[in-house]
Design a protein around this ligand. Structure first.
Ligand SMILES: *[C@@H]1O[C@H](CO)[C@@H](O)[C@H](O)[C@H]1NC(C)=O
Ligand SMILES: *[C@@H]1O[C@H](CO)[C@@H](O)[C@H](O)[C@H]1NC(C)=O
Ligand SMILES: *[C@@H]1O[C@H](CO)[C@@H](O)[C@H](O)[C@H]1NC(C)=O
Ligand SMILES: *[C@@H]1O[C@H](CO)[C@@H](O)[C@H](O)[C@H]1NC(C)=O
Ligand SMILES: *[C@@H]1O[C@H](CO)[C@@H](O)[C@H](O)[C@H]1NC(C)=O
Ligand SMILES: *[C@@H]1O[C@H](CO)[C@@H](O)[C@H](O)[C@H]1NC(C)=O
Ligand SMILES: *[C@@H]1O[C@H](CO)[C@@H](O)[C@H](O)[C@H]1NC(C)=O
Ligand SMILES: *[C@@H]1O[C@H](CO)[C@@H](O)[C@H](O)[C@H]1NC(C)=O
Length: 479
């Protein structure tokens, strides 16, 4: 006998309540001594906060076969978990499997997205799965195209205490189709970033493998207290605009132990674009970059700019390994940008096979539109590079300031640069720069006169972001 539709509804409702009840009661324990458990249903990870409530994608109909869409499963899971925002927070577990999905939003504070080590989240290649969202106010348009832009694959805004982590699980942006359409000029809007977090505080993104983003991989904007730790970021070295990590108008940022191979800058520190960035006026400041390994044959290990119109101040980079990259540190700007780049410190870089070690470009161009003010000149000052060794280098340094707006207070000390078999005759080309050098080989240009033993500064004070305490979050599943 067929049951009436109403009866079916009741049975379904009861089943959902029972299911959600089970989900809600799964145990999550926090301890500082928990041992690392690695079965499919038990694991532990380090995070700024552990969560009281927990659910798995499979509780919401998720199918990890690589071809079934999980867009609804992510949506429902995240909607369900939102109720715990002010009750100890929650985590969504992505179990082993290949989970295809469209763009999804993180919508609650005190939330963790955890990927099992054998979990792969696959980004849909269908543009319809990426809603259009407004351009960033500090950019005045999308980066690829005017007007709105596709939402990031994983997007979050106005959040506090959000963690995206895993025991090296993978997020695959499946960027190839986007790159292809971008190259053929078939896209009408800016490509989606892989992970973009706006207007948020206390964000941890760690212990993940991120591959093949449609464009930039990790893009925190207008946010503070960011930890980006132990990421492996991989994209073909000829893929367009696949920057690794781009803090943009952010304060207190710590990027550590990342390995990046990409078609664009491994890290690019930014703060808005020309008149839009000047008006928005939100700088990036207090950025720590440590133990980065970078391969970027056509771009920089660390770029500052070119969007820097809100100002960039106090960037500290140390213990960096660069292999086959275009430049170690590249400052990119232009008349029209306004803003400033101040107090940039870099030390202890080991480099092999570089086109340039140091590069500064005051004529980068690349304006959002014709409305920029050519008289808005950027202030570039207080740039300190020390204790570096490079081998197989084509040209030591190409430092070009702006005519009438020299880049000042540049200091380079204890740097040994070994030439490639076919080096440029001119190893140091300097124009419109002011500063000094000390124990640099080959000797720097005459605009950076040798001052004898005179090490360049590197700050010795500790930034608050270095004092963050991690907890070990242990999870025991019920299987
Ligand atoms: C995250 O990665 C780092 C570096 O590989 C490692 O030391 C740390 O134990 C990892 N954390 C977890 C919870 O896997
Ligand atoms: C994510 O949130 C934005 C608003 O911040 C919205 O426009 C977009 O449609 C949401 N994406 C999805 C997949 O719901
Ligand atoms: C997010 O925060 C910004 C800055 O505080 C605010 O202007 C905006 O309205 C907020 N958006 C939402 C969706 O709450
Ligand atoms: C994470 O996975 C990537 C890709 O498989 C691998 O290259 C890397 O060594 C792994 N990292 C850790 C800490 O296991
Ligand atoms: C871009 O716009 C054109 C003209 O409206 C349209 O034919 C094309 O399908 C659009 N492309 C995409 C990828 O949406
Ligand atoms: C040195 O750099 C050149 C490019 O300038 C590269 O082709 C060559 O393989 C590098 N040699 C070594 C030993 O890495
Ligand atoms: C110069 O830099 C090297 C590393 O490149 C370092 O080992 C050495 O201690 C530095 N010398 C001084 C005097 O700081
Ligand atoms: C040196 O830099 C200036 C200014 O960017 C440029 O015009 C010139 O061509 C460069 N010279 C060489 C030899 O690269």
């Amino acid at each position: 006998m067929a049951s009436s539709p109403r009866k079916k509804d009741i049975i379904l409702t009861v089943a959902v309540i029972v299911l959600l009840g089970l989900v809600g009661f799964r145990g999550v324990k926090c301890s500082r001594t928990g041992k690392v458990l690695e079965s499919a249903s038990s694991f532990s990870y380090e995070a700024i906060n552990c969560r009281k409530h927990s659910a798995s994608l499979t509780d919401f109909g998720g199918v990890g076969d690589g071809s079934t869409s999980n867009t609804m499963a992510f949506l429902k899971a995240i909607e369900y978990l939102k109720q715990f925002e002010s009750d100890g927070g929650s985590q969504l577990i992505v179990p082993p499997g290949k989970w295809l999905t469209g763009s999804f939003n993180l919508t609650s504070s005190h939330f963790t997205l955890f990927l099992h080590k054998d979990a792969i989240i696959l980004a849909s290649q269908d543009e319809k799965e990426y809603p259009l969202i407004p351009y960033l106010p500090s950019y005045g348009r999308g980066r690829d195209a005017v007007g709105p832009r596709y939402a990031a694959f994983i997007f979050g805004t106005n959040l506090t205490d959000v963690v995206i982590t895993g025991n090296n699980g993978t997020i695959d942006g499946q960027g190839a189709s986007w790159w292809d359409k971008f190259r053929k000029n078939e896209l009408n809007y800016t490509r989606p970033y892989l992970i973009e977090i706006l207007y948020s505080d206390q964000v941890q993104i760690s212990n993940l493998t991120l591959v093949n983003s449609p464009t930039w991989f990790v893009h925190p904007v207008y946010s503070s207290n960011l930890l980006v730790l132990s990421l492996t970021i991989l994209a073909p070295i000829d893929s367009p605009n696949t920057d690794g990590i781009n803090p943009d108008s952010c304060t207190n940022v710590r990027i550590e132990d990342c390995y990046v191979v990409s078609g664009d800058d491994c890290i690019a520190v930014k703060s808005g674009w020309d008149q839009y960035g000047i008006n928005f006026g939100m700088p990036t400041k207090h950025v720590i970059i440590r133990r980065l390994t970078c391969i970027s044959p056509d771009s920089a290990v660390i770029a500052i700019g070119s969007e820097m119109s809100g100002g960039i101040k106090d960037v500290r980079a140390e213990d960096i390994v660069a292999i086959n990259s275009e430049a170690a540190v590249r400052i990119k700007t232009s008349p029209g940008r306004g803003g400033y780049v101040k107090d940039i410190f870099a030390r202890r870089f080991q480099m092999d096979t570089m086109k340039y070690v140091f590069w500064m470009t005051g004529a980068y161009g690349s304006h959002p539109d014709e409305g920029y003010d050519p008289k808005a000149l950027p202030v570039i000052t207080g740039i300190s590079y020390s204790d570096m060794v490079a081998k197989n280098v084509t040209m030591a340094a190409n430092l070009a300031g702006i005519d009438g707006d020299s880049f000042t207070d540049i200091c380079i000390s204890n740097v040994t640069i070994g030439p490639s078999p076919k080096p440029k005759n001119l190893q140091w080309n300097c124009t419109d720069v002011v500063g000094l050098s000390s124990v640099v080989s080959p000797p720097a240009c005459t605009l950076l006169p040798d001052e004898g033993e005179n090490p360049c500064p590197f700050p010795s004070d500790k930034l608050p972001i270095d004092d963050i305490q991690f907890q070990t979050c242990s999870y025991q599943g019920n299987s």
